[in-house]
Design a protein around this ligand. Sequence first.
Ligand code: HEM
Length: 485
Amino acid sequence: MAKRVLTTESGAPVADNQNSATAGVGGPILLQDQHLLEKLARFNRERIPERVVHARGSGAYGYFEVTDDVTGFTRADFLSAVGKRTETFLRFSTVADSLGGADAVRDPRGFALKFYTDEGNYDLVGNNTPVFFIKDPIKFPDFIHSQKRDPFTGKQEPDNVWDFWAHAPEATHQITWLMGDRGIPASYRHMNGYGSHTYQWTNAEGEAFFVKYHFKTNQGVRSLSAEQAAELVGKDANSHQTDLLQAIERGVNPSWTLYVQVMPAAEAADYRFNPFDLTKVWPHADYPLQRVGRLVLDRNPDNVFAEVEQAAFSPNNFVPGIGPSPDKMLQGRLFAYADAHRYRLGVNHTQLPVNAPRTAVVDNYGRDGLHATRNGSRHDKNYEPNSYAGPAQTDAALAAPLAIHGWTGTHEAPAHAKDDDFFQAGELYRLMSEDEKGRLVANIAGGLSQVTRDDVIEKNLAHFHAADADYGKRVEKAVRALRED
Ligand code: HEM
């Protein structure tokens, strides 16, 4: 085999990669040592900004295979036939901590999935929880500030975490979920994924449905107790990465079964609570799970930076037959992600291999910008309409229209008959076994009791009381006991 030659970035051979050039033996370094200058300068630029949330993550490639006919609900091509396979990339993540954090912590997990479909990439950017802490995107930056490291102390502060929650009664359901047994997954393989939001599907006849996605892990749900997690973090801060990487390298390919809940669009207006409220689940008794297909992860990326760090998911990447619902959180996210990518990766992030479509062909009039690699040829016009047979619109609506009425203004989402912030937190609590309730109460009390202000503690206690009398009583007792210690 021919010996490979080390080169500079411009391809010239490197004579010496061990000794920099100096003015005489023992003299100062020469500015003309191009290889040294380039090497040091490149090294200085290896890092890009970390994601403002979900900074720590692990990714893998795989495929999605349709197992059941859902063409009655959507005309999405990648779901159009049983047996159809679509290549995917999935990035899992923790949410609150920075890149230097640990995996086995109490935190939701991201479940961001890219389907490389024949009609363009479809990004479903979900979590391992079916609900979220807030229901209006205008609160998101404040929420995240309160959960991430404090700008003065440089660490997460129970005072900030619980002060935000004291002012966000709608978070009670998600807090109950997070502080319960599923709050620390044993690994990325042992947790479910949820689209969380309500999305809209449109079938070939133009009929609209609202859907919620559930990816159920076929490995079984496994979680860690707070004590097990603390021990594991000390042994391997990258425990989730280790587990996923090694499983796939061994050929033990993790898989999930996708189910959807489907609501005919006409039922949304009179449903007993707002079906677009991200802090609530739809009871399965109302809308049962219907199986769609199987997601399998079978290939590790070759390079974590190129493929995991540079992966860019945007909830506004839809394909024909799938679109947004009026969920205000989702609407906010339709803006936030691509904007984040333009800052973090640049305007041409969609041209990076992990983000570029695989089978769909990109053909448009977007040009130029930093690091553009796809700029058309001398035969391609950069304006439209044109007389040169350039790409043209299809005139086929991507999703069914939504009926809108009312006045502009800063409105709360419309209240339905049964809309309150607490009843589903209470229902979740009452579903738990006695042992589970005990662990939930201990986890909440462990955090809440560290808060320095009594009024913040009282406001939070009121939320647990409102969810369920027993729940409130037990949290209150546990918090008071810890504070008297
Ligand atoms: C209005 C609410 C939200 C806003 C403004 C928001 C914004 C963001 C931003 C800016 C990022 C970083 C993107 C990047 O730099 O690559 C991000 C990442 C992420 N968010 Fe959200 N987010 C919101 C709510 C949610 C919700 C409700 C979910 C789940 C249901 C979610 C799941 C994720 C995931 C999984 C990632 C990581 C994606 C990846 O692996 O690259 N976010 N979010």
